[in-house]
Structures are given as structure tokens and as C-alpha cells.
Design a protein around this ligand. Structure first.
Ligand SMILES: Nc1nc2c(ncn2[C@@H]2O[C@H](COP(=O)(O)OP(=O)(O)OP(=O)(O)O)[C@@H](O)[C@H]2O)c(=O)[nH]1
Length: 239
């Protein structure tokens, strides 16, 4: 038996968020999904950067989708503000993209690189991936936080680099699984085709569940209280 709001087949695109710390490979994960699934699904991408459209330019230059299907939101503020606290800019960008290229199957929304506390609001995305990488250290998965413990999929990226940074990938994956109460963990390297195929299978399955009206969005939870220091010396807090 389903909740009323999940029984109807979905007519708009699945909105899939990709969040995680700076440089873990969010753009690369999106590029990989686009390259492998663009013939199966009608795709669009929204990127979030603080001051630039760098991520959108990277994806456009990689040629993973027609350029006009990749749009940048320049948040001008902490990235998590625009994906969690006030999602208006992003929501408008997603809706514009869906209208201009209707019907889209999946819109990928890339968060600006932030820290371990940034997750998407369920008001913006239907499901979300959180991306860590082995180069950030094997102990990061143990540190927890809403993205690590509550995202629909936790990706441990760049596993090809494990031996070069002295990280035991199996141990890191086991630590992540412990933090996630049975939610899936995917070790990934864009250089290892079997891992890429598992990522694509997860996206396919999520789209199928969503389109059938059976997906229940989960909020990974609010971020922990923290503060930011700015160049001009002032700080601000998020509680
Ligand atoms: N060895 C290896 N490098 C990777 C892999 N995936 C991504 N990278 C590299 O990691 C670096 C960062 O990747 P991006 O995709 O730009 O990371 P990001 O999280 O989007 O970065 P920000 O948007 O700046 O937060 C790039 O130099 C990529 O080439 C991988 O599977 N293996």
C-alpha cells in the first residue's frame, strides 16, 4: 500500500541531485551518466557554482549533451543555501529546462562543491547521490553527516586511485555501509567499466521506480550548525 501522493505515475522528469565535497568528481559523475544514458533517456543538467559557470562549461566542452541542455545557476552565495534553504533559483532553472525540452526524463542537478553537511531539499530533487572520493582520505566515510548517511546513493569515487593514496577501498566501503543503515554504497571509477555500469543501473532503476509513482523522496536531514568566514572578515552561521 502506497501513500496517496506516490501512487500516480509521474509525468515530469526525475530530478536527481549530485552533491558532495569540492573536487570529489560530481561533474565527472554527471558526465559519465550523460555519456552512457543519453540514448536511453532525454536528459538535462543544471549546475551550481558560486561565482562562475565553470562546471557547465566543463560539461559543454566534454560534449556529453547538446550544449543548450546544460544550464548554470550562479548562486552568488554558499552552495548549500541554493540547494537547501532557498531553492527558488534552482527550481526555476529546472522548470525552464523541462519546459524548453519537454518531455525530459531526467534532470541532473549538480550542487556547488561544499562540505559534508550539504544536501538537497526534497523540494528541489526527488532523489540524490552524495559523492566522496578516496583521495579525500579513507576515514571520511566514518565521519558521517546527512549526505553520507541519508542520500539515496553514496558514491565512493576514484577507486582507481586507492593504491596511490594508501586507502583501503574495501574498508572505506564497509565503513560507509555501516553509516548507512542498508542504503546503497557504490565504489566507482570512470576507468572501470563494471562500476560505471552499476551506476547506470542504479539510475535506470531509480527512474523506473519514480516514473511508476513508487518512489518516496527521503530528506537526508538538515545540515549540522556551522559557520562560514568570508574574504572581508565577516562570518555567518547556519543553524
Ligand atoms: N583517477 C580518477 N580521477 C577522477 C575520477 N573522477 C573524477 N576524477 C578527477 O577528479 C578531478 C575533480 O573532478 P570533478 O568532476 O571536476 O569534481 P567536482 O566534484 O565536480 O569538482 P567541484 O565542482 O570543483 O567541486 C578531475 O581532475 C577529474 O578528472 C576517477 O574516477 N578517477
Amino acid at each position: 500500500m502506497h501513500d496517496d501522493h506516490t501512487t500516480a505515475p509521474k509525468t515530469r522528469a526525475l530530478r536527481l541531485g549530485v552533491a558532495g565535497p569540492v573536487g570529489t568528481g560530481k561533474s565527472s559523475v554527471i558526465a559519465t551518466i550523460c555519456r552512457h544514458l543519453r540514448d536511453e533517456f532525454a536528459l538535462g543538467v543544471i549546475t551550481n557554482d558560486i561565482y562562475t559557470d565553470e562546471d557547465a562549461r566543463f560539461l559543454k566542452s566534454a560534449g556529453v549533451l547538446p550544449e543548450e541542455r546544460i544550464r548554470a545557476v550562479e548562486t552568488g552565495s554558499c552552495p548549500h543555501t541554493a540547494i537547501r534553504d532557498d531553492v527558488t533559483m534552482n527550481l526555476m532553472a529546472v522548470e525552464d529546462l523541462e519546459r524548453d525540452f519537454a518531455p525530459l526524463d531526467i534532470v541532473l542537478v549538480e550542487s556547488g562543491g561544499d562540505n559534508l553537511t550539504a544536501t538537497f531539499s526534497p523540494a528541489l530533487v526527488d532523489a540524490q547521490l552524495f559523492v566522496l572520493d578516496v583521495a579525500g582520505g579513507g576515514d571520511v566515510a566514518r565521519k558521517g553527516g546527512p549526505g553520507i548517511s541519508g542520500a539515496d546513493l553514496l558514491v565512493i569515487n576514484k577507486i582507481d586511485l586507492g593504491p596511490h593514496v594508501d586507502v583501503d577501498v574495501d574498508r572505506m566501503v564497509a565503513d560507509a555501509q555501516k553509516a548507512r543503515d542498508g542504503r546503497p554504497v557504490l565504489p566507482l571509477s570512470r576507468k572501470q567499466a563494471d562500476t560505471v555500469e552499476k551506476l547506470c543501473d542504479w539510475v535506470r532503476e531509480m527512474h523506473k521506480t519514480y516514473a511508476g509513482g513508487d518512489h518516496v523522496p527521503v530528506d537526508p536531514g538538515p545540515m549540522a550548525p556551522h559557520h562560514h568566514a568570508h574574504d572581508d572578515g565577516h562570518t555567518h552561521r547556519h543553524d
